[in-house]
Design a binder for this molecule. Sequence first.
Ligand code: C5P
Ligand code: MG
Length: 199
Amino acid sequence: MVNLILFGPPGSGKGTQAALLVEKYKLVHISTGDLFRFEMGNDTPLGQQAKAYIAKGELVPDEITIGMLRNKVHKHPDAEGFIFDGFPRTIPQAEALEQLMAEEGTDIHALLALQVDDAEIIGRIRLRGETSGRSDDNDEKIIQHRIDIYKNETTPVFDFFAREGKSQRIDGVGTVADIFERLSQKIDAITNKQLANGG
Ligand code: C5P
Ligand code: MG
């Protein structure tokens, strides 16, 4: 099994790359942002709870997000591995994810952090906003707030996994194909190491 966290600020290309990586490595992609949007689209109780936070660009409380993530992981008992996208976003979420992986008899193997500067991500989010229909992509203040929250609450997650030697930085600027190639090289190195260690 190989379980990866695809990390990076909003608009850094996590969703785009995850869609390509699941094809290549036969992993299950879990995007907590997409899950929330699905729930909101269906106006479920969970969607209604999340809506107010997401509309403001704030984080949904940890217990709600962690519960949703656990349910989703449990729906894939035969997965060969997971790509977590947009989760964990806080230290309690990182701790909960490690615990969940341990319960499943596995672990997080790497956190791959896409490096993209603020000017570039603001440009990308604005462009995405033209077609995504996401209100949080179409308001300058909310976009900035999401970036600030990423810096204050989410970047410590990089350090959390770095302490275990799992965090790696990847240049997130270039063509989609170039960035995919960089990520693939990292993932191949991780899976080769696992094979060398007897799986
Ligand atoms: O991951 P994505 O950027 O699609 O998330 C969109 C929004 O969903 C975030 O700005 C935040 O409001 C909410 N979210 C969250 N906690 C997560 C993932 C997403 O609160 N772990
Ligand atoms: Mg995304």
